[in-house]
Write a protein of this length. Sequence first.
Length: 108
Amino acid sequence: MRVGRAVALVLLVAASAFGGAAGAWAEGDKELGEYLSSECVTCHQLSGKFDGIPVIVGLPEQTLVHALGEYRAKIRDNAVMRAIAVKFTDEEIAALAAYFNSITPETQ
């Protein structure tokens, strides 16, 4: 029975993380996202080129919001991204998603 409760708790935490951020994704402020993006672009290239770190430029907003929600909920396993994702509010995540979605990746 304890395992069932633990699983239920994990699902509840995940639902809360996704619920808030997922509901806000459509209203992201691109200017705020650009302002907040400096930490992101130290690893993720603005050119959209893949160098072993996932491309987030041009990514659909909901996809980035969902991914950051999974890092916040500790579903995705990357210590760096977890530490970064927990710093942002739902509004800030939506803003980042809007900003990165607005950038057109370079063609190769």
